[in-house]
Every structure is written in C-alpha cells, then in structure tokens.
Design a protein around this ligand. Structure first.
Ligand code: 6IA
Length: 208
C-alpha cells in the first residue's frame, strides 16, 4: 500500500495531476481510495470504523429476567441482520443462551466487561423492554451515558418502569403482537436513519 500526493491549486488540477501520476505508475484508478494512509491504518487496526461498514446495533432483551420472549428477540435480531445491521448481541436471541452460558463457564465479570465494550461500539441500542430485566435497565443507562440513540420496544399492555417511559432520550414504541413488533421495529429504525444520526426520540416514536 502506498500514498501519493500531488500539487494542485484547485480540485480539478489535483485530479488531473493524480490521474497523470497513476498513469505513469501504471496503477488502475479503480483500485485507488481517497482515504489518506493514516486513516486506512487506523481502520485496519480497529481504532476507527471503516467507511461503509454496516451500522452496529446493541440489542438488549431479558436473559436471567425471563426467557419467555426469546423467539421474538430472535425475530427482531434476524430482521435487523436482514436489513444489513451488524447485531453485536445476537446471543440474546439464542434459545440455548443460558445452557451455553453454563457450558462455556463464562464469568459474570467477563459478561459485564464484554457488554460494556460492545455498548461503546454500538451506533444504536435497541431494547425489547416487555420482560423486566435488571441487566437491560443497566445497559440502557450506560447507553444513555455514552449518548447512544436508544430505541425501546414493548407490548401495548406492558407496565413499564417510569424510568424507561419517562426517559427523555429513549424512544419507546409499543406494539400489539409478534408481527406488529417487527413493523414497529422497522418504522423506528427507519426513522433513526443513518447510523451516525442522533435524531430525537420523538422522531423514532413517529411523532415528528
Ligand atoms: O438481567 P438479565 O440477564 O435479564 O440481562 C439481560 C441483558 O444482559 C441482555 O440484554 C444482555 O445483553 C446481557 N447479558 C446477560 N447475559 C449475558 C451473556 N451471557 N452474555 C452477554 N450478555 C449477557 C453469556 C452468554 C454467552 C456465553 C453466549
């Protein structure tokens, strides 16, 4: 990999100078990127995300709080993955997550540290908050501390903690059933738009 620099008083002059230099070096312009070398190195080392990388979603759902909605979590995660999102926490949708947790003998401290690191990496935090879960509540507060966009979904009749429904930065969307849950997720995620976007919660709720 190498970097070329050219003199040029304007963009057009610089473009022509780059084209001439590439032709002289016999380099196909289609193989060239406009990113400077330090940016490419930082991307390769994982210090910054590569441009065009899929947005990352930290999906939260109850685990020790109760697994009755696991199939719904799995459907939401599959929907996000199908739309090109990278879901950092796909294990939340696994039917065997608790068995797997025991089999791997992963410690609670390791789970905590891994999850905190993933939240930092996420572009968007999506939580199904129908089943009350201490872990999900903690994840939402950490996501808020980091200024992450937060989308909470729950069933229409859920008696939601006021700390979630009253959260000024969390968009809370209610749905009727499994099918409606995916529709609500789709609408809210589309309102969120670009991964870097920090649109207000009202917009994700569909009020704006
Ligand atoms: O208090 P709860 O267990 O209901 O909290 C659920 C939340 O904690 C989920 O949104 C998860 O992100 C997180 N969480 C709980 N257990 C784990 C876990 N177990 N791994 C990662 N995050 C977890 C290990 C499973 C693994 C070996 C596949």
């Amino acid at each position: 990999m190498s970097e070329i620099e050219v003199d040029g008083a304007d963009a057009e002059g610089a473009r022509d100078a780059i084209a001439a230099k590439l032709a002289f070096l016999g380099v196909d312009p289609a193989t060239v990127t406009a990113s400077p070398l330090p940016v490419l190195v930082a991307e390769a080392l994982g210090f910054v995300r590569a441009s065009g990388a899929p947005p990352r979603v930290y999906f939260c759902g109850s685990i020790r709080g109760g697994r009755q909605l696991q199939p719904r979590y799995a459907a939401m995660i599959a929907w996000l993955q199908g739309r090109g999102y990278e879901v950092l926490t796909a294990h939340v949708g696994r039917a065997d997550v608790l068995t797997f947790e025991r089999a791997t003998r992963v410690t609670d401290r390791a789970i905590y540290e891994g999850d905190m690191a993933w939240i930092e990496q996420a572009d968007l935090v999506v939580a199904d908050v129908t089943v009350p879960s201490l872990g999900v509540g903690m994840e939402l507060m950490r996501a808020d501390d980091l200024g992450k966009p937060i989308l909470c979904l729950c069933e229409e009749t859920t008696s939601l903690s006021s700390l979630v429904s009253g959260h000024p930065r969390a968009a809370v969307v209610r749905y009727r059933d499994d099918e409606d849950a995916l529709r609500a997720l789709s609408r809210a995620v589309e309102a969120h738009g670009s991964p870097a976007s920090t649109r207000p919660a009202a917009e994700m709720r569909g009020e704006a």
